[in-house]
Design a protein around this ligand. Structure first.
Ligand code: GLN
Length: 234
């Protein structure tokens, strides 16, 4: 039987800055090489999210207007999103999505939008400034370098239970001060990278794909599949 990764594209109709949807296309591209099917479903306003229905989550970025709407609605999905994350299923959350998985986001107009506190960070607003441009980071564990494009006014500070996705080599990252970019908690990866991140950083895409597969099919040994998608290092 064909193996499948079911993607929940959280608020895909509202939170999709700079083609964050490309993360799903990348996942599908790599999955196809090993005969795995990727299905995706937008889960948006006033719709139920059931953690058991999905194996992977993509939560893209958005403008403050969309984030204000999503900040309210996401409270109704909070428990199931937390359950999904705590189970160790992979999540890629970008920019506005990253901010709303944390405790709160202060928008450019000074309004504090509640997040869901699934991860321990918080995001304040910069005054009359945005971090815009190409960014490069290095992950401490794998030593891989990741490339992307950042555009945000929010400055994020990580909590004690999460670690950075990478150390900033070029660009600004979470807050322009502490040299961190993004966050990792269990198999949840948060980042300010548009681009989209999984299209520009194949190794990260492949690693997250195998996390999803190993979680869903614990009886299957995927070792022989890994060379087929040429993961450079694990
Ligand atoms: N509105 C948020 C900020 O400016 C997120 C932006 C984005 O998702 N690109 O920080």
């Amino acid at each position: 039987m064909t193996k499948t990764i079911r993607v929940a594209h959280l608020y895909g109709d509202l939170m999709n800055t700079y083609g964050d949807i490309g993360n799903i296309l990348s996942l599908r591209y790599y999955a196809k090489q090993i005969g795995v099917e990727v299905t995706s479903n937008v889960v948006s306003l006033e719709e139920d999210f059931n953690a058991d229905d999905y194996d992977f989550m993509v939560f893209g970025g958005g403008q403050d207007f969309e984030q204000t709407i999503v900040s309210k609605d996401i409270q109704t999905k909070k428990d199931e999103i937390k359950r999904f994350i705590e189970q160790g299923k992979p999540v890629i959350a970008i920019c506005g999505g990253f901010q709303l998985l944390g405790n709160y986001y202060v928008a450019a107009n000074g309004k504090k939008l509640p997040g869901i506190g699934a991860l321990d960070h918080y995001t304040d607003a910069m005054k009359d400034n945005r971090f815009i441009g190409n960014i490069e980071i290095q992950n401490e564990q794998t030593k891989e370098k990741y490339h992307g494009f950042e555009n945000h006014a929010g400055v994020t500070y990580l909590g004690p239970s999460e670690r950075a996705l990478g150390k900033v080599i070029k660009g600004h990252g979470n807050n322009g001060k502490d040299g961190t970019e993004g966050a990792i908690y269990k198999n949840t990866v948060c980042t300010y990278f548009h681009g989209p991140i999984l299209a520009r950083n194949g190794n990260l895409a492949k690693r997250m794909m195998f996390h999803a597969l190993e979680k869903k099919y614990p009886e299957t040994d995927f070792t022989s599949e890994k060379p087929k998608v040429k993961v450079d290092s694990f």
